[in-house]
Design a binder for this molecule. Sequence first.
Ligand SMILES: [Zn+2]
Length: 237
Amino acid sequence: MPRRLCETIVCLLVALIGVGTWLISPFAVVSGSMSPTLLGPHCEFTCEHCGTRNFRPLEAELPLDGRLSCRGCERTGPRAAELPVTPGDRLLVDRTAFAVRSPRRWEVAALRLPHEPSKIAVKRIVGLPGETVSLSGGELYIDGRREPRPAELAHLTLEKPRVPEPPTQWKLGGDEYFVLGDFPAVSDDSRLWQAGPGVAAQLLIGKPLIVHYPYRTLLWYGRPVHVPDVSSIRYIR
Ligand SMILES: [Zn+2]
């Protein structure tokens, strides 16, 4: 093959990989704020009574006796200290999603934090530009009317345990989105930001497509080897 053609093919391949990585970027989930939808470093156990799989973000507060309870049947489970720590999920994020359409209510988005744009977080969009958002009794209100949750999100708590006092009503600007974590007890999100609740549209990076972590640790001649755990792959709609 002529050298020129080889060079062209190599350049094209490099460009394709570059563009591909930009369009679909990998990110690691570093906090438990979206648990149980997306997991940061966490402990997990399967309840011996009802079979529910339970996940506990590392930053969640422990009960006094250190024992975890099952979110399915509320019975007491193992001590947190006895459980190994599982690393956080890794995501592939589609950066083109919001270039072709506007973000929708209830969808999960990767974004830059407004007060710290170098940090990337994953949150759920609940308020759209121009809306007035309020949270009361674990329910979302938009412009004063209760906004029903999709059935698949019925298990989420939209309460605000870390908001000490009012205001619990927020007015969004013309290109701002209100975002919440699925695990409000540890989530740093629109409810808490001093500079205002809104995430400007330009800070929304894209939509997580695939969760492709954690790795499973195997022993290879006595050394730990991390291989992708295919059973852990989940898709986000
Ligand atoms: Zn249980």
